[in-house]
Design a binder for this molecule. Structure first.
Ligand code: P6P
Length: 384
């Protein structure tokens, strides 16, 4: 019976988020609606990346969208069991079909015969449209857009979303897993929001997560109460809870860094990597695993333990990864999973960004492994 219950009592992302919402009676459900639109965007990008029209994704996306779209004819009851007995409001249908049209899911070009754009540009359009149409956002910062998007007053809500719509997209053609990374802040003043609303330290984030498009589509999320992993069931078009309460091992056997930059590393990073390869205490050397797609490297680190490093170096003192929509969300998840994240100078989540596309060095992963790196940087600082 337990196995049957497991099979039939599916904890979908929708149910999980609604359960969380029910713990806050005062909540108006805005966050739930926002998250449902982020999930909607991820489902479309998943389809586009896999270049497969997963019809059930649409149907459940309709169901998700209609659950939260008060204007639809749907009610929670009719939509509680996706694509069975619900009535789709035609505005929802057009909204979803419009997004599908953008992606050109029908094939290499969309139905107007327009040349299909690069996937990361398309993904960005899908997320911007989904987030604006949620009516719960007021500032959007995307890796793809030089400037922040200030949502028009009529559609403005209380949240800022910072995101990389398709991180690692240069790896698409060789089939390496890529992903969407996001972080969510609550604004102080949604009437006249300014850029300062998003130039907040990562510790102020309400939630963060990523969706990894690989052999399966995995959504990892934290709303500040642990880290939970969901896997997309394409037959249902739903994300199902498969990794409840992920905890990163306290110490790992893997280090993950682009050794091609070793010539330019500073002392502490050089010393740390040396220790990984030639341990002084006679223990076995760590294994090197580096995929070159942050979402994939971080996901492996989260599940298996170890440490992911993108250090600064002589050529790029601030490293390569962006603070708002790469460093902060992944650091938030690591801390929530019992690990930690360090910039070489401070706790990553304490950093206060001055510009929306600012970069920072990052060392994140198993608590004890990052402690070793912090000790090496502290010793270096003492020398100076
Ligand atoms: P490098 C992908 O381009 C990316 O932004 C991250 O996903 C990844 O961790 C990093 O860059 C890889 O950079 O310099 O090692 O190729």
């Amino acid at each position: 019976h337990a196995a049957d219950a497991h099979r039939t009592d599916l904890m979908t992302m929708t149910r999980y988020v609604l359960n969380e919402q029910s713990k806050h009676p005062e909540s108006r459900g805005d966050f739930t609606i926002l998250l449902s639109h982020i999930v909607l965007g991820c489902k479309f990008v998943c389809s586009a990346v896999n270049k497969v029209l997963l019809p059930n994704l649409f149907l459940s996306a309709f169901a998700e969208s209609c659950i939260y779209n008060s204007s639809s004819t749907c009610t929670l009851e009719t939509c509680s069991w996706p694509f069975m007995n619900y009535v789709i409001h035609d505005s929802v249908f057009r909204h979803i079909a419009g997004l599908a049209n953008i992606i050109g899911l029908a094939g290499e070009t969309n139905v107007q015969g327009e040349e299909q754009k690069k996937l990361d540009v398309l993904s960005n359009e899908v997320f911007i449209k989904a987030l604006v149409s949620s009516g719960r956002t007021c500032i959007l910062v995307s890796e793809e857009d030089e400037e922040a998007t200030f949502v028009e007053t009529s559609k403005r809500g209380r949240y800022c979303v910072v995101f990389d719509p398709l991180d690692g997209s240069s790896n698409i053609d060789c089939g390496v897993s890529i992903g969407t990374i996001f972080g969510i802040y609550m604004v102080n003043d949604s009437h006249e929001p300014t850029l300062d609303e998003v130039l907040q330290p990562g510790k102020n984030m309400l939630a963060a997560g990523y969706c990894m498009y690989g052999s399966s589509c995995t959504f990892v999320l934290s709303t500040g109460r642990g880290v939970h992993g969901f896997t997309l069931d394409p037959s249902l078009g739903e994300f199902i809870l498969t990794h409840p309460d992920i905890k990163i091992p306290k110490k790992g056997k893997i280090y993950s860094v682009n050794e091609g930059n070793a010539k330019n590393w500073d002392g502490p990073t050089t010393k740390y990597v040396e220790k990984c390869k030639f341990p002084e205490d006679g223990s076995s050397p760590k294994s090197l695993r580096y995929i070159g797609s942050m979402v994939a490297d971080v996901h492996r680190t989260l599940l298996y333990g170890g440490v992911f490093l993108y250090p600064g170096d002589k050529k790029s003192p601030n490293g390569k990864l962006r603070v708002l929509y790469e460093v902060f969300p992944m650091s938030f998840l690591m801390e929530q999973a019992g690990g930690q994240a360090f910039t070489g100078k401070q706790r990553a989540l304490d950093l206060v960004p001055k510009k929306i596309h600012e970069r920072s060095p990052i060392f994140l992963g198993s608590y004890d492994d990052v402690e070793e790196i912090k000790a090496l940087y502290a010793a270096e600082e003492k020398k100076e």
